[in-house]
Write a protein that binds this ligand. Structure first.
Ligand code: NDP
Length: 239
C-alpha cells in the first residue's frame, strides 16, 4: 500500500484530501499542528470506513521537529505521495503590514515546503515513483490586495515546484501545484462573504473542499503520470 502524507490534514481542504486519498486505497498520514485532536478524529473516521490512516503532529516551520517526525515515519517505509497543504494567511495592506506578518506567512508556506519536502525526496527517488502536490492559491496568479505576503509565499511555491519537477522527472516523480480560488472552509469564511463571492466568482459559489480533493486525487493517481511542473487552478472561472 502506498503511503501519503497530507500536511494540514486537520484543516478544511486537507481533511477532504485525506478522505479522498484514503478512499483511493493509500495509507494516509493525517498531519496537524495545533489541532491534533481533529486529525485523530479524522483518522478514526477513515478507519471506521475501512480506510488506513495515522495521525501525525508537528509545526512545519520547526525544521528540527519536522525532520525528527519524518525520520521516524521514513524508518518504516518511504512516503511516495506528499501533499503540501498546510498554510496560513495574515492579511494587511502593505504599508501597514508588520514584519512578523510577512515572515510568518512565508515561514509556514515556503519554508514549510522545504522542511517537509526535502527529507522525503531521496527516499522517494529510490522507489522511482512519487507525487509531490502543493496547494497554492489563485492569489499567487492574479495577486490580491492585502495579501502581498500570502501571494509572495504561494507564488514562490509555483517556481520551486517547476524547478523540482525538472530535477525529479526522470525518476518517475511528478511535481505539481493546485491553486484553489475561494473554497468553503474556515479560512475563507472570515475573508469572503456571500456578496464578495457573487462578485468575484463567475459560478457564484465557493468551491467545495471535496472538489479540490478530487483534483489532488487525480494528480496522485497513475493516470496523471505525464503531468508535471504544472500549476492547475480550480476556481469556478475566476481566471
Ligand atoms: P485551514 O485554516 O482550514 O487549514 C490550515 C491547515 O494548515 C491546518 O490544518 C493547520 O493545522 C495547518 N497549519 C497552519 N500552520 C501550520 C504550521 N505552522 N505547521 C503545520 N501546520 C500548520 O485552511 P484551508 O483548509 O482553507 O486551506 C488549506 C490550504 O489551501 C492552505 O495552504 C491555503 O492557503 C490554501 N487555500 C485555501 C483557500 C480557501 O479559500 N480556503 C483558497 C486558496 C488556497 P492546525 O489547525 O492543526 O494547527
Amino acid at each position: 500500500m502506498k503511503r501519503a502524507l497530507v500536511t494540514g490534514g486537520s484543516g478544511g481542504i486537507g481533511a477532504a484530501i485525506c478522505r479522498r486519498l484514503a478512499a483511493d486505497g493509500y495509507h494516509v498520514f493525517v498531519h496537524a499542528h495545533r489541532n491534533l485532536d481533529q486529525a485523530r478524529a479524522l483518522v478514526d473516521d477513515i478507519r471506521a470506513g475501512g480506510g488506513s490512516a495515522t495521525p501525525v503532529g508537528f509545526d512545519v516551520t520547526d525544521a528540527a521537529a519536522t525532520s525528527a517526525e519524518l525520520e521516524a515515519l521514513l524508518a518504516e517505509a518511504p512516503i511516495q505521495i506528499l501533499v503540501n497543504n498546510a498554510g496560513i494567511h495574515d492579511d494587511a495592506v502593505f504599508p501597514g503590514m508588520r514584519a512578523q506578518q510577512w515572515q510568518r506567512v512565508i515561514d509556514v508556506s515556503l519554508n514549510g515546503f522545504f522542511n517537509v519536502t526535502q527529507p522525503l525526496t531521496m527516499p522517494m527517488i529510490r522507489t522511482r515513483w512519487g507525487r509531490i502536490i502543493t496547494i497554492s492559491s489563485v492569489a499567487a496568479i492574479t495577486g490580491n490586495r492585502g495579501q502581498t505576503n500570502y501571494a509572495a509565499a504561494k507564488g514562490a511555491l509555483h517556481s520551486a515546484s517547476r524547478s523540482l519537477s525538472q530535477e525529479l522527472a526522470s525518476r518517475g516523480i511528478t511535481v505539481n501545484v493546485v491553486a484553489p480560488g475561494i473554497i468553503d472552509t474556515a479560512m475563507s469564511e472570515d475573508t469572503f462573504d456571500a456578496a464578495a463571492i457573487a462578485r468575484l466568482v463567475p459560478m457564484k459559489r465557493a468551491g467545495r473542499p471535496a472538489e479540490v480533493a478530487d483534483l489532488v486525487g487525480f494528480l496522485a493517481s497513475e493516470q496523471a503520470a505525464y503531468i508535471s511542473g504544472q500549476v492547475i487552478s480550480i476556481n469556478g472561472g475566476m481566471i
